[in-house]
Design a protein around this ligand. Structure first.
Ligand code: HEM
Length: 180
């Protein structure tokens, strides 16, 4: 997983829970990298899982809730770092439709070893947007947080419904419905 995800995660922990908490969770998690991340590095995906599990132990907050709130936070950071992806898209649905076809493709050009999910979108006749998520990294909660962050960013009032489907091979499969 790209270092930017780790550096943004640890910055969020610093801001919300204090630097002592960050130091404690980095010390307690079993991190092959030792926890010294740079935004351009690449680290084992299991390290982010270990860090979130330790943060859950430390704060008493459930791991799923922590990952979702990290997703919301990450979306605001992506807006700060990559404003062009937002400027090009005037509304939420066209932004989300652009993630797989364009944004993650650009990420792949920058970082050929990026591990990105399969995201599909389709507009339904009732005006909803259906977004599907498939990935063997099982970061559906991060996906949900990123969507909630995007809804907030565009200031549109959509009801979000999540459906968890049976795993396919080792991939987590979800669909999200954004009701008009
Ligand atoms: C400007 C917007 C965005 C940028 C720049 C961006 C970029 C990235 C980057 C750099 C990664 C890490 C890849 C790696 O570690 O190898 C990633 C992963 C991911 N992205 Fe995006 N992303 C954006 C928006 C979104 C949105 C809106 C969603 C949800 C609909 C999304 C869903 C995900 C998920 C779930 C992952 C984790 C990997 C996985 O589950 O397989 N991203 N993205």
């Amino acid at each position: 997983m790209k270092g930017v995800v780790f550096t943004e995660f640890l910055d969020m922990v610093d801001d919300r829970f204090g630097m002592e908490t960050t130091e404690r969770i980095v010390g307690r998690a079993d991190l092959p990298s030792g926890g010294a991340y740079t935004s351009v590095g690449t680290y084992d995906h299991s390290e982010i899982v270990s860090l979130v599990v330790e943060l859950g132990r430390e704060t008493g907050i459930g791991v799923g809730d922590l990952v979702k709130s990290f997703g919301r936070h990450l979306l605001t950071r992506f807006h700060a770092i990559y404003p062009q992806f937002f400027a090009e898209k005037p509304d939420l649905f066209s932004f989300l439709e652009n993630v797989d076809a364009y944004i993650h493709e650009e990420v792949r050009k920058l970082y050929p070893n990026a591990a990105l999910p399969e995201i599909g979108t389709r507009r339904l006749p009732d005006g909803s947007l259906e977004l599907s998520y498939r990935s063997n990294r099982h970061m559906g909660d991060l996906c949900e947080g990123l969507i909630v962050g995007a809804i907030a960013h565009y200031g549109e009032a959509h009801r979000l419904e999540r459906r968890d489907h049976p795993q396919e091979e080792d991939k987590q499969c979800l669909t999200f419905l954004l009701h008009p």
